[in-house]
Design a protein around this ligand. Structure first.
Ligand SMILES: Cc1cc2nc3c(=O)[nH]c(=O)nc-3n(C[C@H](O)[C@H](O)[C@H](O)COP(=O)(O)OP(=O)(O)OC[C@H]3O[C@@H](n4cnc5c(N)ncnc54)[C@H](O)[C@@H]3O)c2cc1C
Length: 819
């Protein structure tokens, strides 16, 4: 009977916890079990012990009693330990929306919510622009000329970019822009960046966080009227200046200041702002005609009626305005896009230069964060994902064309391994790029997920570009017009650093801020704790606290039960050969919810400082998100059989890394007992995930080393030239010819091995092979065509010493002259 009661209690507790039953359900269950236990135990003491839990729970079910006994004391305690949130942080938290990130934090993701995000698609007009002007622009680009000879785009490219409206993709049609969706912007930037990073960045910046978007959202009717059409058509070139010498990552700590005062503007005494700024690293500043500026606004005489320190404020200042200094150029990663400093001292601007007018004075940080939550979802993920895809496109061709030891190098296992990594990343990051852009088009402003995607896609770009470089060997190191990889490689740190440097984004923003934003109860608890009306705060806190307790219990039991069953019974929305991926993902989401919750509760205000832990939790959240996107892409694409191994391999690797990150969190948790308890709940039977095995990985590499639909799908969105004289077209041309010649080549190689023919520089071995009857004249032609194409591919550039020295000597006088 005792055993029966124990089993009954455990099953009941687990069932109630998993169903997140309200407290009175717990009370009823405890009373029923108590009655059974009391009848069995007998005696006064036995009855008291058996019924006590049920009575206590019944009392706690009454909110008024619960508030006095539990939530009230907890309120004060939690208030003291909750992470402190500054005004700028609060504005950042308030800026975006939560969606799938909140589902993952909930521990029980509702897959239908993810599936409900429409598949990323373009309108007919957007598709026509991508196939038309975007491709034309790519065809006009000579990246070597841009990055090496000019350190600028040629005039023809600038003109085309402006005329076709590339700089105003996000500006609405009503205001003369293209009014394109986030998906279209992302794909167009991807296409251009796959051809030239410098051109991609030039187009990206006005379409990212900057004057265009700020005006669309917050501009006064007069400002919209005055600027948007001119920005859309490139008559105005914008830049946005936030960063200064003393304020990089901590942008809100800027020293730039504006003081509200009277001054003279256009001959009139005008109320305005006396502005001083010193900004650096500003993209497009050297050619900008319109400067977006962020600064702290002070109003000592309270002329605006918003107090002495309204806060961060944004202004639009024409570059030609008196006192504006546009500095010389920086030379970021030796790239050709425009970037430089700007400054001004006591420059007087009228109030109507403030974006949104005086009403928006002091709202600047919130405005920037709002724009960043969507901007960060579009631009840098486009560049990150396309760099991976483009790297795969050229490397898969090169590894099939380049032969060493009588074999194409991609056939060698050592080379196939990095190729398989490129395949997996190309699939997964295109999936995440497309999904996140689709979320924006669906009306979301995904602050947390855009941060995840920004840092993960640029980190993956860094890793995969290294793979591409390694596989190309010297071919990618020797710079010149024929080198299609080095420019992207050198520019990697730009994407890593801008729009939130990656280390900070991973360790501070993704989890530490993400938890506050996407956790189902934390945000509410903090808001309740901050409520100045103590009674209302306590009521709200009580509600959130009760929910939080249920959430915690469910995660405890859920993690443990999924742990002992190795996730076999976790939720899946599909039934097919990959349903185990969904089950495992659901399992780890529940464990993430448990561990994340306990970490926040334990660390409290220390969370932001314990970045090793929050970084690992950020990695788990990222893996969960990118894998969700991967699974959704597979469904959206109609589950192509050819793609299944990629999805499986991505999932296996992700689960392996997730387990590694969990293990590192448990091993390093500041409280070893809690760390051990979490390890027990999450891995009661130990760790079982294994990364994709060699067979699976080698299969992926072999599948991409030939022209075809699989390779095209993996590299979708890149600019593809078929012109053998083009830097990358040469690869596409040769790949087809080399694959077509392979049967003939096999005969040729066999003959060479037998010593029938000899490959030497002073002999025409193909002619010898025809003479020796190894191949026919027609086959010889096929082989020659492939050989010629291969020669073009393996060609690298060379220069005279004078050419190289001339480049340096030209640059120096320009530098001095500007001084
Ligand atoms: C090519 C280029 C173009 C740019 N374009 C623009 C532009 O158009 N407009 C504009 O306003 N700005 C622009 N920037 C500035 C860019 O946003 C900053 O470079 C970025 O914010 C990082 O600042 P920082 O370089 O001063 O690095 P720092 O802030 O000095 O950071 C140094 C390192 O410390 C890390 N770090 C800092 N704080 C934390 C923390 N709390 N926790 C963990 N790690 C932390 C960072 O991740 C980084 O790795 C551009 C920069 C570059 C390089």
């Amino acid at each position: 009977m005792t055993l029966l009661l124990i089993v009954l209690s455990i099953v009941t507790i687990a069932a109630l916890a998993m169903r997140r039953a309200p407290l009175w359900h717990w009370a009823v269950a405890a009373l029923v079990i108590g009655l059974l236990a009391g009848a069995f135990a007998g005696g006064f003491a036995g009855w008291v012990a058996a019924l006590l839990p049920g009575v206590v729970l019944a009392l706690l079910s009454v909110p008024q009693i619960r508030r006095v006994l539990v939530t009230g004391p907890a309120y004060g305690f939690v208030k003291a330990i909750l992470p402190r949130v500054s005004r700028t942080e609060q504005e950042a938290l308030d800026a975006g929306t939560v969606g799938w990130d909140a589902e993952l934090f909930s521990g029980k993701p509702d897959w239908q919510k993810l599936f409900a995000v429409p598949k990323g698609q373009l309108s007919a007009e957007e598709q026509a622009f991508l196939d038309g002007p975007a491709n034309v622009l790519c065809g006009m680009i000579d990246d070597w000329d841009i990055r090496h000879n000019r350190a600028d785009l040629p005039e023809s490219v600038w003109r085309y970019v402006k005329q076709q409206g590339f700089l105003g993709m996000l500006i609405s049609k009503e205001h003369g822009g293209l009014g394109f969706s986030a998906q279209a912007q992302s794909q167009i930037i991807s296409r251009i960046a796959s051809r030239s990073v410098a051109t991609g960045i030039t187009v990206m910046v006005p379409n990212s966080l900057g004057p265009g978007e700020l005006l669309e959202r917050y501009g006064t009717p007069e400002q919209k009227q005055k600027y948007l059409r001119r920005l859309a058509t490139g008559q105005e070139v914008p830049c946005f200046a936030l960063t200064g010498p003393h304020a990089g990552s901590d942008a809100a700590g800027m020293r730039d200041v504006g003081v509200v005062t009277y001054g003279t503007h256009e001959g009139q005494r005008t109320l305005g702002v006396r502005l001083s700024w010193d900004k650096r690293y500003i993209t497009l500043a050297p050619v900008a005609t319109l400067l977006g500026l962020a600064f702290h606004l002070h109003d000592p005489e309270n002329l605006l009626g918003k107090g002495e320190n309204p806060g961060i404020t944004l202004a639009l200042v024409p570059a030609a305005h008196k006192g504006v200094v546009i500095g010389r150029r920086h030379f970021p990663a030796r790239s050709a896009f425009m970037n430089g400093p700007t400054s001004g001292k006591d420059v007087f601007i009228p109030l109507d230069f403030l974006i949104g007018g005086p009403d928006y004075a002091g709202q600047g940080w919130r405005m920037l964060m709002e724009c960043l939550s969507t901007g960060r979802a579009i631009s840098l993920p486009a560049i990150g994902s396309v760099s991976i895809k483009q790297g795969l496109r050229v490397t898969s061709a090169y590894a099939r064309i380049r032969r060493q030891f009588g074999l194409y190098v991609g056939m060698m296992e050592g080379v196939a391994e990095p190729i398989s990594r490129m395949v997996k990343s190309a699939y997964a990051f295109e999936a995440a790029r497309s999904l996140t852009a689709a979320m924006v088009d669906d009306g979301q402003r995904p602050t947390v997920l855009s941060a995840v995607l920004k840092y993960q896609s640029s980190e993956a770009m860094r890793a995969r570009m290294n793979d591409a470089m390694d596989i190309h060997g010297g071919r990618a190191i020797q710079d010149g017009p024929a080198n299609y990889l080095l420019a992207g490689y050198i520019n990697i740190p730009v994407a890593i650093t801008v729009e939130g440097a990656n280390i900070l984004t991973r360790t501070l923003i993704t989890f530490a801020q993400g938890a506050l934003r996407a956790h189902p109860y934390l945000f509410k608890e903090i808001a309740a704790a901050k409520n100045e009306d103590k009674r209302a705060g306590l009521t709200a806190f009580d509600e959130a606290f009760a929910g939080h307790a249920g959430y915690m219990l469910r995660n405890i039991f859920g993690s443990f039960l999924h742990g002992v069953s190795l996730g076999r019974f976790a939720a899946t929305p599909v039934e097919h050969e990959l349903d185990w991926c969904y089950r495992q993902l659901s399992r780890y989401a529940q464990s993430f919810a448990l561990v994340g919750d306990w970490t926040v509760a334990f660390l409290g205000g220390e969370l932001k400082a314990r970045q090793l832990l929050s970084g690992r939790l950020a990695d788990i959240l990222s893996e969960l998100y990118i894998l969700s996107a991967t699974l959704k892409r597979y469904e959206d694409d109609g589950r192509p059989e050819e793609d299944r191994p990629v999805v499986e391999a991505v999932a296996r690797d992700a689960f392996f890394r997730i387990e590694q990150s969990f293990a590192a969190v448990f091993a390093n948790f500041p409280n070893p007992t809690l760390g051990g308890l979490m390890r027990f709940l999450v891995f009661p039977l130990g760790r079982h995930a294994r990364p994709a095995d060699d067979k699976l990985n080698l299969g992926l590499a072999q599948a991409v080393l030939k022209p075809g639909a699989f390779r095209d799908r993996l590299t979708v969105g890149t600019y593809v030239s078929l012109d053998p004289m083009d830097p990358t077209g040469v690869l596409e041309d040769a790949l087809v010819k080399v694959v077509a010649a392979e049967a003939v080549e096999a005969k040729f190689i066999r003959a060479a091995k037998k010593g029938i023919i000899e490959r030497r520089l002073d002999r025409d071995a193909i002619a010898d092979a025809v003479m020796a009857g190894v191949i026919t004249a027609e086959e010889a032609q096929v082989l020659r065509t492939a050989d010629e194409a291969t020669d073009r591919v393996i060609h690298v550039d060379d220069f005279s010493s004078e050419q190289l020295q001339r480049i340096e000597s030209q640059r120096e006088p320009q530098h001095d002259a500007a001084e």
